[in-house]
Design a protein around this ligand. Structure first.
Ligand SMILES: CSCCC(=O)C(=O)O
Ligand SMILES: [Fe+2]
Length: 188
């Protein structure tokens, strides 16, 4: 498992596609990401069509569904709107599994103290966000990413925008990961 670059974000409202490092930089370790339930593998994106390691992950985790998504202004209908939706903080009822085949982008996830952690995904990075984790996504300044999307069974991409403290997936996430690290369920 090669190191994945992740860092705490600054609070500036500049272009989201910029890196948003703090000054000085504050990197986040893979162990910290694992505590939040975020998993990562580094694979060879050039052989994704016949990759035993990828097949093994898919088989052991039951990811029978797969499709490919090319994200750039020229290839996607309603590109601006889609990107806006991706960057709106949300959860899903299921894991979000993405394998970057080309290009790069940012997945942001919340830590236990509700700080944004920015995870920089590049070609070869397969990332799993657990069901119920608050997250969002944006491209970086290269403006291009090609992603494989994996899922167990018929895919459901529904995003539930924050707040979702009563959502069963959120509750389950807090029990599975949040409670161990002192993440509060929010009152509202
Ligand atoms: C473009 S994949 C990442 C965006 C996202 O969070 C989602 O699709 O739910
Ligand atoms: Fe999502």
């Amino acid at each position: 498992m090669a190191i994945l670059q992740a860092w705490f974000m600054d609070n500036s409202h500049e272009d989201p596609q910029l890196p948003h490092h703090r000054n000085p930089y504050e990197f986040v370790s893979p162990d910290h990401l694992a505590e939040l339930g975020v998993l990562h593998w580094k694979l060879n994106p050039e052989k994704y069509e016949e990759d035993e390691e990828l097949e093994h992950i898919r088989a052991t985790r039951g990811y029978n569904y797969m499709d490919l998504l090319d994200l750039c202004p020229e290839k996607v209908e309603n590109y601006e709107q889609k990107l806006k939706n991706f960057y709106t903080e949300h959860i899903h009822a299921d894991e979000e599994i993405r394998y970057c085949l080309e290009g790069s982008g940012y997945f942001d996830v919340r830590d236990k103290d509700d700080r944004w952690i920015r995870i920089w995904i590049k070609a070869g990075d397969l990332i799993i966000l657990p069901a119920g984790i608050y997250h969002r996504f944006t491209l970086d300044t290269s403006n291009y990413i090609k992603l494989m999307r994996l899922f167990v069974g018929e895919p459901v991409w529904t995003a539930f925008n924050r707040p979702q403290e009563e959502h069963p997936a959120r509750r389950k996430y807090i029990v599975n990961f949040g409670e161990k690290i002192g993440m509060p369920l929010e009152a509202h």
